[in-house]
Design a protein around this ligand. Structure first.
Ligand SMILES: [Zn+2]
Length: 221
């Protein structure tokens, strides 16, 4: 079965269609096989419409973040469709090893980037909205790994820890921590995500680097 969904120009219409499809029992697995869908690669989609195998801890939809401020109205993980496909494949690899991806941040509309910059106008901590970041292009995720009970693997520092200890080449951690980071980087690399030297949690889809910065916004229910 091959279904062409290019006509679903808006993510909302696409969500409604996928919901109806799931009600018809056409989708029997928890994860939609990306190969049966032909959505445009650059369309913004909601990750949860394509897989229920991710764990969410969307830090910027709460005030539990370094900004101490809730900058999203609701916690949703939107990404360009090609990023979603690659992320699902990476998650399937992790699941074979007994882990799942837990998400801290996904696509970030440019207006949200501006909001963050207004709170912390320091390029060491927040990308300057005049340039934008890969998060604004729908090609970046901030993630860690959890086991099937939801327990986070020890990565040495918390998410958004700003210090040299958050860097991939920081050597003074236990073998276990270094192996956990290595596992994350190795599998993400297999699905064509680049790591970011100074933040163990950040990954960019290589094929997303040249997409436009966007200000697409999702609706909060
Ligand atoms: Zn990031």
């Amino acid at each position: 079965m091959k279904i062409y969904l290019d006509m679903f120009s808006s993510p909302k219409l696409l969500s409604v269609f996928l919901f109806l499809l799931s009600q018809l029992n056409c989708i029997s697995q928890t994860t939609v096989n990306p190969q049966i869908l032909a959505v445009n690669d650059t369309t913004f989609v909601n990750l949860k419409d394509f897989s229920q195998d991710f764990v969410y801890d969307m830090k910027y939809a709460t005030d539990d973040n370094f900004l101490k401020s809730k900058v999203y109205d609701c916690a949703e993980c939107y990404l360009r469709y090609k990023t979603v496909k690659a992320l699902i494949l990476a998650n399937q690899r992790f699941m074979k090893k007994g882990f799942k991806i837990k998400l801290f941040d996904c696509y970030r509309p440019l207006d949200i980037q501006k909001k963050m910059w207004a709170i912390v106008p320091n390029p060491q901590y927040v990308a300057n909205p005049s340039k934008g970041s890969i998060h604004n292009r729908g090609g970046a995720v901030d993630i860690t790994l959890v086991d099937f009970d939801g327990k986070e693997l020890d990565m040495g520092t918390s998410f958004d820890f700003f210090g040299k200890e958050a860097g991939h080449d920081y050597p003074d951690f236990s073998k276990e921590i270094l192996n956990n980071r290595k596992l994350l980087r190795k599998i993400m690399g297999k699905e064509h995500f680049n790591s970011f030297d100074s933040e163990w949690w950040h990954y960019n889809l290589k094929a997303g680097l040249n997409d436009n910065v966007s200000n697409f916004k999702w609706e909060c229910k």
